[in-house]
Design a protein around this ligand. Structure first.
Ligand SMILES: [Zn+2]
Length: 263
């Protein structure tokens, strides 16, 4: 499996992706908003885009579909419940469905509600697993739930699916928010040394070659995976004085999501 991360440089800070089969040169484009950059990248590599995967139905993820389909004839894949929201959808995905790219690439669809209720992530089971997580998981952050989502569903997705994936899994999110998110982590956990050193290192990174984290790293720097950290809980109590002595992780997650909204 060959992964090409494409930095759009737009104001939403979207990342688009191409996933290609090294044998046949067939490629799948994930959320190809910047269809021109995606098409050029495929052409430069000698790849043929045959499929488009939309992680979810928001405009900054599906906005490149029509020109991309016109240019390539690619089929559009998305969550099975997104058919009424994504024009031209050819295949609806449910949990466990397999997406094949060429001869050598197989990706598993995960049904990951929370940011919206029809959001899928793709998981590759290669030697080093990789997760294409749209707006569910970001580097050092979690998706918001303002536009058709639900915070408790997002918590379930984090705790029952993402938290159980191998630590070595590479994380490929739909946006670059890492700097802002690390600042949020440090506002919640000022003694998180990994987050502060990473913020210093990445503050002027070249997004054409953006840093790619793993779930092991996320477990250290992402507040939404650090729900039992004593510092996170103590700081949270400053904002929510009635927080119980040993709050359950779900409560901590929901309060953090709430604080992040106003942050
Ligand atoms: Zn979105």
């Amino acid at each position: 499996m060959i992964v090409k991360q494409i930095w759009t440089g737009n104001s939403y800070r979207n990342f688009n992706y191409l996933i290609a089969c090294g044998e046949t040169g067939e490629a799948l484009a994930i959320d190809p908003l910047d269809h021109e950059k995606c098409l050029k990248a495929a052409k430069d590599e000698g790849w043929t885009i045959t499929q488009i995967l939309n992680t979810h139905e928001h405009g900054d993820h599906i906005g490149g579909n029509e020109p991309m389909v016109r240019a390539t004839g690619a089929r559009i894949l998305a969550h099975k419940n997104a058919a009424d929201k994504i024009r031209g959808m050819a295949r609806g995905l449910g949990a466990g469905d397999v997406v094949k790219v060429g001869k050598t690439v197989e990706l598993e669809a995960l049904d990951t509600p929370g940011h919206t209720m029809s959001h899928v992530c793709l998981l590759s089971h290669a030697d080093q697993p990789a997760l294409f997580c749209g707006d569910t998981l970001f580097n050092a952050g979690a998706g918001n739930c303002h536009h058709g989502g639900h915070p408790s569903e997002l918590y379930k997705t984090f705790s029952e699916q993402l938290a159980r994936l191998p630590a070595s899994t590479l994380v490929y999110p739909g946006h670059d928010y890492i700097e802002n998110n690390l600042r949020f982590t440090l506002s919640r956990e000022p003694d998180n040394r990994r987050a502060s050193s990473m913020l210093a290192e990445l503050s002027r990174q070249d997004l054409e070659r953006a840093y790619v984290s793993t779930l092991a790293v996320e477990r250290e720097i992402n507040t939404f995976f650090r729900l039992t950290s004593p510092t996170v809980i103590a700081k949270l109590r400053e904002a929510f004085p009635d927080l119980p002595e040993n709050p359950d992780p779900r409560t901590v997650f929901l309060k953090l999501r709430e604080l992040r909204n106003r942050w």
